[in-house]
Design a protein around this ligand. Sequence first.
Ligand code: CUA
Length: 330
Amino acid sequence: MTGVFAGAAKLISVLAGAGRSFWLPAQRSVHGARVDDLFYFIFWISVFFFFVILAMATFFILRYRRRGEIAAQDSAHHNIGLELIWSGIPLAIVLVIFVMGFRAYMDLATPPENSYEILATAQRWNWSFTYPNGYVDSELHVPVERPVKLTMSSQDVIHSFFVPELRVKQDVVPGRYTQAWFQVTEPFEGTVLCAEYCGTSHSLMQSRFVAHAPGEFDAWLEKAADFVSRLPPAEAGKLLYEKRGCQQCHSIDGKGGIGPTFLGSFGSRRQFVDGSTGTVDENYIRESVLNPRAKLVAGFDPVMPTFQGRLKDPEVQAIIEYIKSLGNGG
Ligand code: CUA
């Protein structure tokens, strides 16, 4: 029975534009068809009953409108046949919706055994993804045609991992791990979005999503992972600034943000919230990366997460060299 409905829903979704429609972006994962079938199934049932109810309401309004004074009559009390029909049909419809939804949900909630595992960390307001070789990037790169499992946690508040083309959305919660999995069907570039309001820059909490063609993912990972040893420190620092979420809060053009700008900051004097002052030097930057609340610059909120254990020493040095390269304010 559900097969017939799923088939009809499939036909409708294909007619609506091969996975891409006014309502939904293109399907790029194995979940796509199931999620969309269910959506269109419910959608077209709603459209159908909208017109049925509208037509019947119009008919009754015209047919039984008040025409002069007539005495009120007893109305019918029971009609077993009618009552069975108006209970049975909705029951059948919601059961079909339940079975389709439950099966798709169980599939979405159960990553295959052989999944490629990537760790995802959410924090206000960026994503970071840790690959099996230890490489960390703010962009999510995955191989196509292979199940990918994300094990996700949050450093602060509740976020939600969402890539529309994958039809996968999963809350990322502090203090526990949640999972999501998907299998991309063809190479494409998309966007990882945060789908749970998490504060000031929630709408900017985005990352690039790249699904690599077969064979290209491993090459990408190998090349991406050793940039700190390959590049001059200031250039590696620039990449770290982009990849590790610094740019969400610290501008490099002098504009104010969630945190102080990096432009011309090296060597400048800083006023801290506790009234003391200090100079931005190597030790200050290192301390601020590893323990952001030790010396909080006046006028900014204590929202920066620690990078203790998440940036290695050569990476912190690269960031220091990058900040130096952005001009000396002293
Ligand atoms: Cu993170 Cu919204």
